[in-house]
Design a protein around this ligand. Structure first.
Ligand code: FNR
Length: 389
């Protein structure tokens, strides 16, 4: 069945005729503004912060305005097919929720992982659970219904714990492992540093660790009785300085597809594929790690060339469906949403996030409709135009 995501717009207009105004905004600036009011200051600060002076975060966002697409007329596709293949599974939408450690804190009930999985179930938008989760991984995945959920792995510096995380993800129904390779140590984030804002050290979003016997066996007391030993042990196991042999090892631990998240250089894409990656994930972590100043959108074409037939997914700086459309037109298999969905969760939990995702999909679908593309293949064939510079 082909979903017409654009129909959501008709529902909104029809409700307005009955005097029911939309409860939630549709545009990114309003979404961020509402989140800044709804979230505790330290959570908003953590989500919005970036490495260094933030130039990479800004460059990510600005990059999209230098590209555009040329619409085609008299082709008016009455139905659009936005489906793609993600981790070997056909999905109806070419977007997904990127892993956000601390998403648990972004929902009013502080169970944002469950809320995000619920919104995934309601919309069909796949969700990636971070290693840092307020709710242990086994309890999150059932909330997504049949929508795929992926597990993002920060590889611990302890093989037993690492193997356990992977096995737990596999046995509890996750559809793939995303190995994050750009964060084996934390980027320098002045806006958090100034108030010493690192929620994990205060025990937030640590449930995957605190429910794992391979973590607990190293503690003198359980975390709920004494947090200090848990903090100290966490600091020793997070995270392993990575090399390509780690990817070889992960491959021996699971039959799930593995994506390597954090690739920016074409040669790294090649190496990841040589070491068994099923998917390449181009991202610069939303400008939170290396403050390089280079937007990921600019790097995507060369990585795509280098990856050949291996699927390439992408994120960083996507703030609207038009941004996603450009990355898809360049050749990304699917596009990850980051901060915007964390903000959309903050003022109404699963309900406001579901509204946001429906709005995003409606915009994407309607962009395709008015530009005359019936599916992603046609969009890719049309390609993008560099507008300036
Ligand atoms: C992240 N990101 C991230 N990535 C990851 O692999 N594991 C994680 O736990 C986190 N945690 C996290 C927390 C917060 C608050 C943010 C904003 C981001 C990176 C995330 O998956 C994605 O790459 C970026 O969010 C994309 O950039 P934009 O679109 O948010 O600017």
């Amino acid at each position: 069945m082909v979903h017409q995501f654009g129909d959501f717009q008709n529902v909104v207009y029809a409700e307005a005729l009955k005097g029911i105004a939309s409860r939630y905004p549709f545009d990114y600036p309003s979404i961020e503004e509402k989140a800044a009011k709804a979230l505790p200051d330290w959570v908003y600060r953590y989500v919005s912060s970036a490495a260094g002076d933030g130039r990479t975060q800004r460059a990510n966002v600005e990059a999209y305005s230098r590209y555009g697409i040329i619409p085609r007329m008299m082709t008016s596709p009455p139905e659009r097919d936005l489906s793609t293949v993600l981790f070997g599974k056909k999905v109806d939408v070419p977007i997904f929720m990127a892993p956000i450690g601390m998403i648990g804190l972004c929902s009013p009930d502080f169970h944002g992982d469950v809320a995000a999985a619920t919104a995934a179930g309601a919309t069909g938008v796949p969700y990636c659970l971070s290693t840092f989760s307020q709710t242990r991984m086994e309890e999150v995945v059932p909330h997504a219904g049949g929508t795929p959920v992926f597990f993002q792995l920060y590889l611990p510096n302890d093989r037993e714990l690492a193997a356990s995380f992977i096995q737990r993800a596999e046995s509890s129904g996750y559809s793939g492992i995303l190995l994050t390779v750009d964060s084996w140590t934390l980027g320098f984030r002045p806006n958090d540093l100034v108030i010493g804002n690192f929620p994990q050290f205060r025990g937030f979003c640590m449930q995957n660790y605190y429910t794992d016997e391979n973590f607990l066996k190293h503690l003198s007391k359980p975390p709920e009785e004494d947090i200090a030993p848990a903090q100290r042990h966490y600091a020793t196991v997070f995270a392993k300085p990575l090399d390509w042999e780690d990817l070889d090892w992960i491959r021996t631990q699971t039959t799930l597809p593995v994506a390597v998240k954090g690739i920016q250089h074409p040669e790294d894409a090649r190496k990841a594929i040589d070491h068994g990656a099923d998917v390449i994930y181009v991202t610069n972590h939303g400008g939170r790690q290396v403050n390089s100043g280079v937007p990921t959108l600019q790097l995507l074409p060369d990585v795509l060339k280098s990856a050949g037939t291996t699927p390439v997914v992408f994120d960083s700086g996507v703030r609207s469906a038009t941004d996603a459309l450009i990355a898809l037109a360049l050749g990304a298999t699917a596009v990850g949403l980051g901060r915007p969905y964390a903000y959309a969760l903050s003022y109404g939990g699963a309900e406001s996030l579901t509204h946001y995702l429906r709005g995003f999909l409606a915009e994407l679908d309607l962009c395709m409709a008015v530009a005359g593309f019936k599916d992603l293949e046609e969009l890719r064939e049309a390609g993008v135009v560099r507008v300036t510079g």
